[in-house]
Design a protein around this ligand. Sequence first.
Ligand code: ZN
Ligand code: ZN
Length: 258
Amino acid sequence: MRLHVLGSSGGYARADNPCTGFLLEAGEARLWLDAGHGTFSALRRVADFRHLDAVVLSHLHPDHCVDLYALHVALLWGEGKGVRLPLYAPPGSREVLIPLLFEDGAKKFDAAFDYRVIDEGMETEIAGVRASFLRTQHPIHTLAMRLEAQGGVLTYSADSGPETDLAALARGSDLALFEATYQEGHPGAPVHISATEAAERAVRAGAGRLALTHIWPPLDPRVSLEEATAVAGGLPVVNAEPGGVLEIGPARREEDRR
Ligand SMILES: [Zn+2]
Ligand SMILES: [Zn+2]
């Protein structure tokens, strides 16, 4: 599998980084994971949105979902006219998303999207990718996800607080894509974790690599990387940089051997 980082800024965009969004390639399958602001544009640079197999939303905070509205316009009236895409999202998402479509909102939503509910405890297959979910400690219904295909395992934390057992969900993952909103000395509400906490969880999971995402915009991502690396005990740590590509599974292990 291969992960394209479309954006990774936490909460709101930086000048050089959109909000959260990733394109996961698994063989022929293309999944758009989270659709934060600015990510539709970034997605269009690496994929044809008409050929996506699914959009998967971890939760409905705007920094993870608002570009769905751009996609819906493109599907109803733009180049994607006539294409309807599977949309996987937590319970209640359809009802929350529809009002911003105003007149005939439900009709427009259903014309653009084939809505399918995902939740903790469910095991499902999305375009050949095995998916399981864990509800996180966050103010709204939020799902961390473990995605397996092509001999690789990706675990994405979504937004999650310190009580979320990310280590269990990510057990043996090739890539732990964990939020690292805070830094030491800059703690915040317990609805996110820090770079240090992300690294501790990735180490406990026995992950092959850690990618930090959702860093709070005023903070320097280089410091987050240093803090995570300091407690990672040799586990490779990178920042999920916009435009970056992370190989997951056999391709990455091949890279490591060279
Ligand atoms: Zn967020
Ligand atoms: Zn959130």
